[in-house]
Design a protein around this ligand. Structure first.
Ligand code: SAM
Length: 293
């Protein structure tokens, strides 16, 4: 089986749906794993300049060099916008980076991670040790299951969470259902009254503003508070990666963090701080006009 995207010692990421007419390339130092799991094509390679890289279905998921910018923002924005987050659900996130960030919060009593593909977890433990360090944390419970099905069952069992983080892959593979209205409805139902949900949009304002607008319109049909914020990650979606954040309670302030990191918590963070939290919601004028006016 050939490896998608490999050409003359380079891995080239191309996606006609998300980034038509352009590509991103990383030079390969060595191949660490390649195969097809039950759900997707999985590649792990050592790159020349970004450390080890995880690729699913030809799309970069995480690199050792810049992953913290993604994991910290998708985790700490909802957690610091919530007064007392105790029960957290992560959908996807098989590399473990979000778990690593969530367990930094003392108020968190339990984190459930629902990952469809065990192969990703196994490979992360082997090749991405700094990301996967929290899998054995006593507060962590891992379920190998489809996140959508898990949420349906949670709704039927009236299970509720304070924070839900959708750390899924792009809408083209097993994560397709995560970008539909029914998913937002399931998320809404699975949240406590003051709950907050955050999801990666797989998109940035340069590449597909109309898609983000449509996603926010869908989310606004379900949630009273919906915002778009972003983080900067060189290896995702041209460097600016959007996150959609929704509050269940009318008037929830997602932009100003309600809590600040303690000194010890801040020492363990490389990207997130309270100023960055608020700044990540400020958009350039043309994007602001399209998404929020
Ligand atoms: N930060 C990454 C990005 O945006 O490119 C996402 C990282 S994480 C590795 C994405 C994970 O979502 C993958 O491990 C994938 O197997 C998982 N995933 C995709 N569809 C899923 C589903 N339906 N249920 C649970 N997990 C799913």
């Amino acid at each position: 089986m050939g490896i998608s995207g490999i050409n003359d010692g380079w891995f080239i990421e191309m996606s006609d749906q998300s980034f038509a007419g352009q590509a991103r390339a990383l030079k390969v130092k060595s191949f660490l794993h390649h195969g097809r799991s039950k759900f997707q094509e999985v590649l792990v390679f050592e790159s020349e300049s970004y450390g080890n890289v995880l690729v699913l279905d030809g799309i970069i998921q995480a690199t050792e060099r810049d992953e913290f910018a993604y994991q910290e923002m998708i985790s700490h924005i909802p957690l610091y916008a919530h007064l007392n987050p105790s029960k957290v659900l992560v959908i996807g996130g098989g590399d473990g980076g979000v778990l690593r960030e969530v367990v930094k919060h003392n108020s968190v009593n339990s984190v459930t991670l629902v990952e469809i593909d065990e192969t990703v977890i196994t490979l992360a433990k082997k090749y991405l040790p700094s990301m996967s360090s929290a899998f054995n944390h006593p507060k962590v419970d891992v379920k190998l299951q489809d996140g959508f099905m898990y949420l349906r069952a949670a709704a039927a069992a009236h299970q509720k969470f304070d924070i839900i983080i959708t750390d899924s892959s792009d809408p083209e593979g097993p994560a397709a259902a995560f970008f539909q209205k029914e998913y937002f409805q399931l998320l809404f139902n699975a949240l406590n009254g003051t709950g907050i949900v955050i999801a990666q949009t797989s998109e940035n304002v340069w590449l597909n503003l109309q898609y983000i607008k449509q996603l926010m319109t869908t989310a606004r049909e379900v949630f009273p508070v919906v915002n778009y914020c972003y983080t900067t990650v060189p290896t995702y979606t041209s460097g600016q990666l959007g996150l959609i954040v929704c509050g269940k309670k009318q008037g929830t302030n997602l932009v100003q963090p309600i809590r600040q990191p303690s000194e010890t918590e801040q020492e363990n963070m490389r990207y997130y701080n309270s100023q960055m939290h608020s700044a990540s919601f400020i958009l350039p004028t043309w994007a602001e006009n399209c998404l929020n006016r």
